[in-house]
Ligand binder design. Structure first.
Ligand SMILES: [Fe+2]
Ligand SMILES: [Fe+2]
Length: 139
């Protein structure tokens, strides 16, 4: 069973970004699998580095795409939304720095933090722009 399963309740009813969010779920699951399910120590380091980089890169890409989209539609809560993205980017930068330190130990709470942050952001903050844009017939 995957660490994090996509459910309809996560849909924000904007097609493009539902696809993005599903991809973020997959990347979190990949990171989880490389940290906790890969038994080969040597392979594990390579996998973690790869899956973490993919997660960070895609998160940056997703946030940039979302921000551009919100600007295009003159979304009134653009600034607080962007600020939440900036906060998470700071967390990711810290995580990358800690990871580069040899003493860093992956733990379940680290993965749960990432999962919970994205999940709450989608359910609360992203859903708000979803409703706003649906009212303007954007899906
Ligand atoms: Fe967002
Ligand atoms: Fe999002």
């Amino acid at each position: 069973m995957a660490f994090w399963e996509w459910q309809e309740t996560y849909s924000i009813n904007i097609n493009k970004f539902d696809v993005h969010h599903q991809k973020l779920f997959t990347l979190i699951n990949n990171l989880y699998a490389s940290v906790f399910q890969c038994k080969d120590t040597c392979q594990k380091q390579v996998l973690i580095r790869k899956t973490l980089a993919e997660l960070v890169d895609y998160t940056y890409y997703h946030f940039a795409q979302e921000e551009e989209f919100l600007l295009t539609y003159e979304y009134p809560d653009y600034m607080p939304h962007k600020e939440e993205h900036e906060q998470f980017k700071k967390h990711l930068t810290q995580l990358m720095e800690q990871y580069e330190d040899d003493t860093f130990v992956w733990s379940l709470p680290v993965l749960i933090f990432l999962k919970d942050w994205i999940s709450l952001h989608v359910l609360n903050t992203d859903k708000q722009y979803g409703s706003y844009l649906n009212e303007k017939n954007v899906k």
